[in-house]
Ligand binder design. Structure first.
Ligand code: GDP
Ligand code: ZN
Length: 331
């Protein structure tokens, strides 16, 4: 062992029973373990904005000290992880029956909510749920409309997604099959950890294979990070996109369908970015924007400043007897 240990920073892209695969920016892979006494000092500081927004503080506790996506410092003499960088985002699911959170992916930069132009037709109510789930996790989201080759005239289609562009979501019209729009889309990937989500059959696997030919996606085949044998736990892996600098795709079956997103109902209004401007102007501070008098959000929907269909989508989401919305659930 050298007198001076060599410290290298890299991204955790896979982990299994305490052994983590870390890729340094040089491209070198390290297989490292967490320094023994480090677990207890790990204090993740994620951005506080969501915590400030939510009306009820919830304590997060992670079951895993390290998740894929974490930026770590490896001592190459000892092959130990010496430091974990503060996370910019955390995609977590609550462990069944507990307050503990299982972090699926750390530092995800972008969620591409994917639908098809046709076959199957895009379901905007479901799109809203995926977007709300992304907002709840404080992740940037963009919309991808695949199979654009199937529509001859896309005027109607583009009109459908205009309200989303007005809110500020980017919409990419592409075809994994023919390659339309792929170049512009791929330009979004460098230096980011991205994830694809959306209903099945819209072409997510085809899209990934178009981005990286030869990529074999193993849906349902899990077991990369086993969490102490709980087989309800899905595992995540980052897939490097080799042709694109620093581009990673996070893949896990649960993530693709957003099966695990449980969102407290009172948080949902904060997941509609277009409500922001109006929320403070309601008569009641705790307005649910449903039936209260002098509700600025409802008024904005009436005057179409807020897309009335999106407002309806909000009402649908909060109209449940439960405390949580299950984002991936089919309506
Ligand atoms: P996933 O369930 O979202 O991963 O969807 P798949 O990638 O399995 O694709 C579902 C079906 O849509 C397959 O039959 C694909 O061949 C087809 N498909 C995917 N992308 C395109 C596309 O851009 N255009 C057309 N016409 N078909 C596509
Ligand atoms: Zn209101």
């Amino acid at each position: 062992m050298g007198a001076r240990s060599m410290l290298v920073e890299g991204v955790v892209y896979r982990g299994s029973s305490g052994l983590y695969s870390v890729r340094a920016s040089s491209g070198t892979d390290y297989h490292a373990r967490l320094r023994g006494n480090m677990k207890k000092d790990l204090e993740y500081s994620t951005s506080a904005s969501y915590a400030r927004r939510v009306t009820r503080a919830r304590k997060r506790r992670s079951t895993d000290p390290i998740a894929v996506g974490d930026i770590v410092t490896v001592n190459t003499d000892t092959n130990q992880i010496e430091h974990v960088a503060p996370r910019i985002s955390e995609l977590a699911r609550t462990a069944p029956g507990g307050r503990e959170q299982h972090v699926l992916v750390a530092n995800l930069n972008m969620v591409f909510v994917t639908f098809a132009a046709q076959n199957p037709d895009p379901n905007l109510w479901l799109l809203d749920r995926f977007l709300v789930a992304s907002e709840a996790a404080e992740l940037s989201a963009s919309i991808v409309i695949n199979k654009i080759d199937l529509v001859e005239n896309d005027t109607e289609l583009r009109k459908k997604f205009q309200p989303y562009e007005k809110i500020g979501y980017r919409v990419f019209y592409i075809s994994a099959g023919t390659g339309i729009g792929l170049r512009e889309f791929i330009a979004e990937l460098p230096g980011k950890i991205s994830a694809f989500t959306g209903p099945s059959g819209v072409g997510k696997s085809s899209l990934l294979n178009a981005i990286q030919p030869g990529l074999k996606l193993k849906t349902g085949e899990i077991g990369i990070i086993t969490n102490k044998g709980h087989h309800t736990t899905t595992t995540a892996e980052l897939i490097p996109i080799e042709r694109i600098d620093g581009a990673w795709i996070a893949d896990t079956p649960g993530l693709r369908q957003m099966e695990f997103w449980e969102i407290p109902l009172e948080d949902i209004e904060y997941c509609f970015p277009e409500f922001e401007k109006y929320r403070g102007h309601c008569q009641f501070g705790n307005c649910s924007h449903k039936t209260e008098p002098d509700c600025a959000v409802r008024e904005a929907s009436r005057s179409k400043e807020i897309d009335p269909r999106r407002y309806k989508s909000y009402l649908n989401m909060i109209a449940t007897d439960r405390e949580f919305l299950n984002a991936g659930e089919r309506a």
